[in-house]
Design a protein around this ligand. Structure first.
Ligand SMILES: [Ca+2]
Ligand SMILES: [Ca+2]
Ligand SMILES: [Ca+2]
Ligand SMILES: [Ca+2]
Length: 331
């Protein structure tokens, strides 16, 4: 398995292509730093670099993907579909205990969409993964924990060259092959064919790439969420049929699918609900499916025992009060 720098990947065949991408990558990082200083955000940027903790976080599978205040509990990340601003609900199980935001609240270019939340650089703090709608490239915002005003500051950002605009990041998790590396991996799906590929990551370095073999990938079965059905060290996939709305699951050990089947129940009665996240809402050891209503914006959790729903209930409050605020993480 070869280690290759993300700025010079196998998709760039010539020296000059690689040189050009490297230069543009440096320009992008420079722009981010310049932007931070130009807008008076230099304080958060410079202050944060002195505060990177030692890598003594719990194993990746044993901690929340989206914990923006460091209390060990997942928080919900929203994005306003109109203003493009991010917003945070700090959670205790299904109950919102405080609201917060990020700083900055959005990228300068509105063509970036948040596609994942995880601790990519293993500093025990959740970061935000973005994908550019036009190029398909990725950017990571390395974040700090919330301050007393519940603002989560961006420390710095970095660009990662993607697989092109036809490939969409559908989640982040822990697929291996080495479950001790504690760096999150990135799952991709082709928008048209439904083909699924994995990037094994160490922060921004792509350690390896492979296709996932399962009966499901097709133009119909889309990855609805990545999470953990069975409380092991490996992430699993929740699928949704884009025509029928049916739910299925695949359990993985590393990148090997060991079990698959229908989720019970296999669908919602009302087709107006979208799967928006998959994480431990109630604090037991299995992840729960989070739904958001397209009309009201309300949020419901299905409390799961493996692929079987045990019970369900609304969040408190029931929702953000507008369908414009869509849940974009944990993811
Ligand atoms: Ca938290
Ligand atoms: Ca981090
Ligand atoms: Ca699992
Ligand atoms: Ca649960």
């Amino acid at each position: 398995m070869s280690h290759r720098n993300v700025l010079c990947s196998k998709w760039m065949t010539s020296f000059w292509q690689c040189w050009w991408v490297s230069v543009m990558g440096m320009f992008f990082i420079g722009t981010l730093i310049g932007f931070a200083f130009m807008t008076g955000r230099a304080g958060a940027y410079a202050g944060g670099l002195d505060e990177v903790p030692a890598n003594n976080c719990p194993p990746l599978h044993a901690r929340p993907r989206a914990d923006f205040n460091g209390d060990g509990r997942n928080d919900l990340l929203f994005r306003d579909q109109v203003t493009k601003d991010l917003a945070i609900w700090f959670l205790d199980k299904h109950v919102r205990v405080a609201t917060g935001t990020t700083h900055p609240t959005r990228p300068v270019d509105s063509n970036w969409t948040p596609v994942g939340v995880n601790d990519f650089n293993r500093d025990c703090r959740s970061d935000i993964l973005w994908q550019n709608d036009d190029s398909g490239n990725l950017a990571i915002w390395y974040m700090k924990h919330a301050n007393s005003a519940n603002v989560v500051h961006r420390l710095t950002g970095v660009l990662v060259i993607g697989m092109g605009p036809e490939w969409q990041v559908v989640g982040t998790g822990h697929f291996g092959p080495d479950h001790q590396d504690h760096y999150p991996d990135i799952l991709w799906q082709h928008k048209t064919t439904g083909e699924v590929r994995l990037w094994y990551m160490q922060d921004t370095v792509i350690l390896g790439e492979m296709g996932i073999t399962t009966p499901f990938p097709s133009a119909e079965w889309m990855v609805a969420a990545v999470g953990n059905f069975n409380d092991d060290a490996w992430s699993d996939i929740l699928w949704r049929n884009r025509l029928t709305g049916m739910l299925r699951y695949s359990l993985f050990e590393g990148s090997i699918e060991i079990e698959f089947g229908d989720v019970d129940p296999p669908n919602t009665i009302d087709p107006n609900w979208d799967v928006v996240s998959f994480f431990q809402v109630d604090g037991d050891d299995t992840d729960d499916i989070v739904w958001q209503n397209r009309t009201s914006g309300n949020l419901v959790a299905w409390y799961m025992n493996g692929p079987t729903r045990v019970s369900g209930g609304f969040f408190e409050p029931m929702g953000p009060g507008t369908p414009d605020l869509k849940v974009v993480g944990p993811k």
